[in-house]
Design a protein around this ligand. Structure first.
Ligand code: IPE
Ligand code: IPE
Ligand code: MG
Length: 245
């Protein structure tokens, strides 16, 4: 998208940025449109911001697309969202050349249980298709919940302990991190939530312990590259102490 020479320069860039893509429904409502149109606009913006993050050279970007709690929504809305995920993945497959150029590795985080076979096949295929791309890892959180992720990880650790493959003494923070979907990835340095809500809504609960947070009233479909730059400028001036002085 952007020409390399027009990209802004930052004195420090986060290695990992998380986005809570919220506000699609309100964006549609403001325009008298059905909520599904808001999701469509949100999905379009996800492509734009994801590509921009790759252009900037941010190594890891995580987009929260569907939470374990979002199943509470009407079937019609859930189905429209699932349809959009499939459309996006088919598009990625069609435009694989562009992703190759940008070096984007797509990865899905979240519980695969509950997703349709069709969607799971597409997820698996696009993950494999892009797995040797090393420049940017773009995580899409689908059927993701931070607490659920920790519970699943703990269950797996308990199984290994009961089989004698691990001892309780082996359990430390690093080991728990290795049993999460983001194994091997740095924790998010910056989490961005538009839409005027000031909460994390179960996003990267473990990994976000020391993340810098940036909130804005803009609804996700309107969140622009300028807004992203503003968040990155704010990040440049954060003083991260991690409990030190
Ligand atoms: C975020 O937009 C998308 C998902 C949660 C899937 P919302 O659909 O939550 O939009 P609002 O918060 O109702 O405006
Ligand atoms: C968070 O948005 C989940 C995603 C963006 C996928 P929600 O709209 O579900 O969050 P709450 O319900 O306002 O906390
Ligand atoms: Mg919402």
């Amino acid at each position: 998208m952007s020409e390399a020479q027009t990209l802004p320069q930052f004195s420090v860039l986060p290695r990992h940025v998380g986005f809570i893509m919220d506000g699609n429904g309100r964006w549609a409502k403001k325009r008298g449109l059905p909520r599904s149109e808001g999701h469509k606009a949100g999905a379009k913006n996800f492509r734009k911001i994801g590509e921009y993050a790759a252009d900037l050279g941010i190594e890891y970007v995580t987009f929260y697309a569907f939470s374990t709690e979002n199943w509470k929504r009407p079937d019609e809305e859930v189905n429209a969202l699932m349809e959009l995920f499939s459309e996006y993945l088919n598009e990625v497959i069609d435009r694989i050349g562009e992703n190759e150029e940008k070096g984007i590795h797509l990865k899905f985080i979240g519980d695969k249980n509950g997703l349709s076979d069709e969607l799971l096949n597409l997820m698996d295929y696009t993950e494999k298709l892009t797995e040797d791309k090393k420049k940017v890892t773009l995580n899409i959180a689908i059927n993701y919940g931070g607490r659920h992720e920790i519970a699943c990880g703990v269950k797996e650790i308990a199984r290994k302990v009961s089989k004698g493959e691990l001892s309780p003494e082996d359990i430390d923070e690093n080991l728990i991190s290795d049993f999460l979907y983001t194994k091997g990835q740095p924790d998010p340095d910056l989490i961005i939530r538009p839409s005027g809500e000031y909460r994390l809504s179960n996003f990267l609960t473990w990994q976000g312990a020391y993340s810098e947070l940036w909130f804005s009233d803009i609804l996700w479909p309107d969140f622009s590259t300028d807004d992203f730059n503003e968040a990155l400028r704010a990040f440049e001036h954060r003083h991260r102490r991690f409990g030190g002085i």
